[in-house]
Design a binder for this molecule. Structure first.
Ligand code: ZN
Length: 287
């Protein structure tokens, strides 16, 4: 089964119901959203009645909540603990974000591992694991998906070994997984025309069962550029065919694929990109 959707916005008035409606309008059967701004920790209260209506709408339209995702804001940085007070703030904010996910009934949270800044790389990976160990509780119904990063600036988690170090050091191993991102993997230095080589290495070191989500983006930059600038599918250096091969890969069938491609002017590209993916046919909708 193909699980395809996109990032959609979560607004104060329509909340999860607005997310579901926007996704249905795009003919998506999964979605991802931030519970507020991706750049700040300002959050408004979750409305239970709207959440109830959203779940009803999901049931009526065969959207499986187990496949849908919340994305934590970018500013959470568990890698750098040089400022104890800030590090603790991020852990506490992550706890609140986990509570919001549970309240919304969307129990999968994508988290960027962060940037090490001045902290030695090896220590920063342990900081991420320690932060998760403090934020998570044993009987909590939550899955954290650590995102594979491009290695922009001092970002950590931009290769398989670093992600493995994080996973090896988390206590609740049944709650921590990996989210891939095709743009990030490309920019981190893996040639996606040889995606099977990547999967073989990932399987050997971490295990393919740990992959729970894939962000589908083309890249504005070449392999190994460490830039992280997303392009619309078919309009970047990865290309439409390579992306379609990943989306329909035999070993990744049940994994939700989420588009985070840029808007074209003011216009959302997701409806048309989802259609292109479903038809496996590129349609030049920009130029
Ligand atoms: Zn992300």
């Amino acid at each position: 089964m193909l699980y395809i959707g996109s990032h959609v916005s979560f607004n104060k008035d329509t909340q999860l119901k607005g997310v579901v409606e926007a996704s249905l309008n795009n003919n998506a059967n999964v979605f991802m959203f931030y519970t507020g701004s991706n750049q700040s920790t300002v959050r408004f209260p979750i409305n239970e009645e709207i959440t109830r209506q959203a779940h009803k709408l999901m049931l009526q339209n065969n959207i499986e909540k187990e496949k849908c995702i919340v994305h934590a804001p970018f500013i959470i940085n568990l890698a750098n603990n040089s400022d104890e007070r800030k590090y603790q703030f991020y852990i506490d904010f992550l706890k609140q974000e986990i509570d919001r996910c549970i309240k919304l009934g969307i129990n999968n949270l994508v988290l960027h591992p962060g940037s090490h800044v001045s902290v030695p790389k090896e220590q920063s990976l342990l900081n991420v694991a320690n932060g998760l160990n403090e934020a998570l509780k044993e009987n909590q119904d939550i899955n954290i998906y650590i995102e594979f990063m491009s290695g922009k600036g001092t970002e950590v988690g931009s290769n398989i070994d670093e992600l493995k170090t994080i996973l090896d050091n988390v206590i609740y191993k049944d709650k921590v997984f990996i989210c891939l991102d095709t743009c990030h993997i490309n920019d981190a230095g893996y040639d996606l025309t040889k995606f099977d080589d990547f999967l073989i290495e990932f399987d050997k070191k971490i295990g393919l069962d740990k992959i729970k989500c894939i962000h589908i983006n083309d890249s504005k930059n070449i392999v190994g550029s460490h830039k992280d600038r997303h392009a619309n599918i078919g309009y970047g250096t990865i290309g439409f065919e390579v992306l379609v091969n990943i989306i329909y890969h035999e070993r990744l069938k049940e994994i939700p694929k989420i588009l985070e491609t840029p808007f074209v002017g003011e216009k959302s590209p997701y409806k048309i990109e989802i259609q292109m993916i479903k038809e496996k046919k590129f349609n030049d909708f920009i130029s």
